[in-house]
Write a protein that binds this ligand. Structure first.
Ligand SMILES: Cc1cc2nc3c(=O)[nH]c(=O)nc-3n(C[C@H](O)[C@H](O)[C@H](O)COP(=O)(O)O)c2cc1C
Ligand code: SF4
Ligand code: SF4
Length: 260
């Protein structure tokens, strides 16, 4: 059975999970959602299909929803999703995925949640930001279990994460807005890393200024990969650590722009 793993990742957590699953499944292929959306129609030809992404504002990130609206599932026999985030008890990501897949006329077979490091989300209090090493190890252990289930084509959903139904979210449209809430503080050396890493080419260096354009997906890659840690998200990120997954580089995030 051939497998396609579609992923989106801002700070590398979801990409690291996608890579680990990819390593466990023979003949499987990793495909960046950002790049895939550049060439329409999107024909998904694989029999086993995975969708791997971060929880954003308690739901599916906008770019993943765009992908699901466009994707045509030609041969799919088994479809699963893996969500990375902080807190599985909030959020309707899996029920949203189910909604989109049902519209596309295919079945949603399995959904999983992998808890990840809290530092990526500016709304998290400093006191709640935990030591990452243990979480990364636990995440890796869970990935191995999930891969085993996927190999066996299990129909199952993480109980704690599966908030099915029409959950009304408290997500304000403003938070999901395409405008960014990012700014540069003192100490920018104009290295251009932020511009290079952005999967959406939403940053430009204009003389001495770093400028955000109007298509921010709030993945926070720029904030966490800034070489001087001088990018802030409102005032919420001030004094908090910058983190990206240790196995994922700036280039890995940037490569999502490429059409596969
Ligand atoms: C804009 C934004 C919104 C987020 N919203 C949530 C959330 O509602 N619930 C949650 O548990 N984690 C949330 N997170 C944390 C991410 O889901 C988590 O850090 C994820 O593993 C990041 O994956 P990535 O490195 O692949 O981008 C959010 C992160 C960002 C950047
Ligand atoms: S990555 Fe940081 S230091 Fe480099 S140009 Fe961007 S804001 Fe400035
Ligand atoms: S500007 Fe920053 S937060 Fe917005 S999409 Fe680009 S890298 Fe992500």
């Amino acid at each position: 059975m051939n497998t396609a793993l579609y992923y989106f990742s801002g700070t590398g957590n979801s990409l690291s999970v996608a890579r680990s699953i990819n390593n466990q499944l023979e003949g499987s292929e990793l495909l960046p959602i950002v790049g895939c959306l550049k060439q329409k129609p999107i024909k998904v030809n694989a029999q086993r299909v995975g969708i791997i992404f971060p929880l954003h504002f308690m739901t599916v990130p906008r770019i993943v929803r765009e992908f699901l609206k466009e994707a045509q599932f030609v041969n799919a026999e088994y479809i699963f999703a893996v969500v990375t985030g902080l807190n599985p008890k909030i959020g309707n990501a899996l029920s949203q995925i189910e909604k989109y897949l049902n519209k596309a006329g295919v079945k949603f077979n399995a959904g999983y949640f992998i808890p990840m490091v809290a530092a990526h989300f500016p709304y998290v209090k400093l006191s709640k930001i935990k030591e990452p090493q243990k979480l990364y190890q636990e995440a890796q252990d869970k990935v191995l279990k999930i891969s085993e289930s996927i190999l066996q084509l299990k129909n199952e959903f993480d109980k704690e994460a599966a908030v099915f139904g029409d959950l009304k979210l408290l997500v304000s449209k403003k938070q999901e807005h395409k405008e960014s809430f990012l700014s540069v503080g003192e100490g920018c050396i104009r290295c251009g890393y932020c511009m290079q890493v952005c999967p959406f080419q939403n940053i430009r260096l204009n003389g001495k200024q770093v400028e955000w354009l109007d298509n921010c997906h709030q993945c926070l890659a720029c904030l966490h990969f800034c070489s001087r840690s001088v990018i802030e998200y409102k005032k919420l990120s001030i004094g908090k650590p910058r983190k990206h997954h240790p196995s994922v580089s700036l280039n890995d995030i940037a490569l999502q722009r490429q059409i596969p």
